[in-house]
Design a protein around this ligand. Sequence first.
Ligand code: BQZ
Length: 697
Amino acid sequence: MRKHAIALGGAGLLLGVSLIATHAQTAGTAELPDPPEFAAQSEPVFVGVSDIQEYKALPEYHQPEWMDKFVADGKLPPVAERLPKEPLVFKTANMPDGIGVYGDVMRHVIGGRPEGWNYIGGQSQGWGGIDIGLSECLTRTGPLFEVKADELEPLPNLAKSWEWSEDGHELTMHLIEGAKWSDGDPFDADDVMFYWNDNVQDPNVSAVPSGTGTPERFGVGTTLEALDPYTIKWTFKEVRPTQYLYAMAYDSFCPGPSHLLKPQHPKYNTANTYDQYKNAFPPEYMNMPVMGAWVPVEYRPDDIIVMRRNPYYWKTDENGNQLPYLDELEYRLSTWADRDVQAVAGSGDFSNLEQAESYVEALKRSAEPTAPARLQFGARTIGYALRMNLSGNGWGEPDARGQAVRELNRQLDFRKAVSMAIDRQRLGDSLVRGPFTAIYPGGLYAGTTFYDKASTVYYGYDVAAANALLDGIGLTDTDGNGIRNFPAGTANGADVEITLLANTDYGTDTNLAEGVIAQMEPLGIRVIANFQAGTARDDMAQSGQFDWHVERQGAEMVAVVQSTTALAPTGPRTHTFHKAGTDGTVDLLPFEQDLVDDVNAFIVSADPAERAELMKKYQRTFTENVYSVGLTQYPGALIVNKRFANIPAGAPVFMFNWAEDNIIRERVFVPKDSQQAYELFPQTLPGAPGSAGPISE
Ligand code: BQZ
């Protein structure tokens, strides 16, 4: 990641970069063209973890003046009593614009919709930063983009410190002491253990909306116990697997309010089903206790979610000002494309520009001197792949046709043929012309820390060779209708029809999927669109109800150390397109076993050279076996309204986490003379859990 190429010349782009890729035509492989020159417009200032934050008691604490009345009227304890013994203190030297001032609001626009507030029970709040802000986790990784490579380790968060045992099998973690949920209830190990015992370990719960809250995310055979209200102890089979500290960050270890959730859980409330537990706090339930900086106080379906500052938030600046500086956060419930439009226009305040189709327009608007928002491109960390369901033993309960497709997916020559039938340059150009997109063969992204071009096998565009491969595996058009048929005895020798899952929340997802469908026609394969909206798409993807899936990839392909266990099926539910079948096992293909072994070896290695070699092996195995069919890779751009201060230089749209975490929103502020009267509920605070709306003085 620290291999940023040369900075971009001003707002202009190096357009029309021509690429002469010499194709060394060997057996199907081709010379992978280097990505067009394009680089982040600014670099982070790399620091150490201790330069960002520390935990310490301060001589005095402050709150926004308008809150004094709440204290005077006895509605709130004094601020010093609302803070932990040693709050998490952000260091001024790491704050680009220093100590902030209170006031104003960040107006987000999102394309998702809230299912409810039971995040650990598997409910999404609509993405776009809502859950990132609500769900504080044991460790934090978003800001690691600015941490020096030789000091890279997840930031302390709810876990303020930890130490390993001599033999490296035990990790003792010390939780922040005296922090409270936004309703004043104490945060402690009860919350941690409820998440671990009754959500992660309970097979009836799909913990967290992305489904990553699985036991093996933290290592097969790992156990966790509470030694006292503020001390927990992990015990691992592996020796000193520091990798799992990343899994203890968002999105897989962010405890929920057990004082509200536990009484709804079937283990403690036999009158409730698991479905009732998951849905016990619908979107209309306001003032859900959170550890995050803002609390949901207003929800208008398909319109907006409004959040007000958490009076018990457990972080401060070095002057003892309780954070956040921003009194309000809003999430307009719209579309992801509208998020870009509104951020550029100034009616919204933030966007991760990630749909390449809107790049040129966004760039044009942002280049105008009067543009209300800053637009900064980062590295190429947005990438799409065509992922095939590789389960041959029932994951997703396929019918005969679906099973026949899965058997095809499991054949290397089939996957190679699909890869060679895809014109990746054309796909990228169909999204946006210019130096943005790069041909992406799959695996780790070019330009990232563990990427090695020499270990990357690329089966270049060659339709004739692709067709020859399909002939070779006995897929022929036996009925002469232009569509190849399954071999006799398989799916009744029917036409090869494959369903393709994609997310209709994003034009890019469906545009790329349409491109794949069109490019399969010359192969005589009929691909049928199965385009679904976000939540439905997420559910189908997580439950294996797909043949093929075009999707934007996660942090594991960018940072490797984040979501590492998702790089291979290291456990029954860790992987995105190959999970355990009906017999509880993952029917690994031989090369997948090599991937699993390399990932597990990486997790326990502390030797940088060994880790680099293991990732080279991983990349070669992945790409020569076309584990997934890479499509295109391009940079995201962070768009933030110019009135905000403390936006870190070089903050990436996506790396260890999304920019909503990376920019550390609780430290972001608006200078007094730039503040606008945008707040919808000025000078109000969250009310009691379940009550309607915020409370005023
Ligand atoms: C960023 C992100 C913050 C999820 C989601 C959404 C879900 C996926 C993914 C992104 C949205 C935005 O991404 O596109 O820019 O704001 O929320 O969480 O795509 O459908 O399941 O993984 O993060």
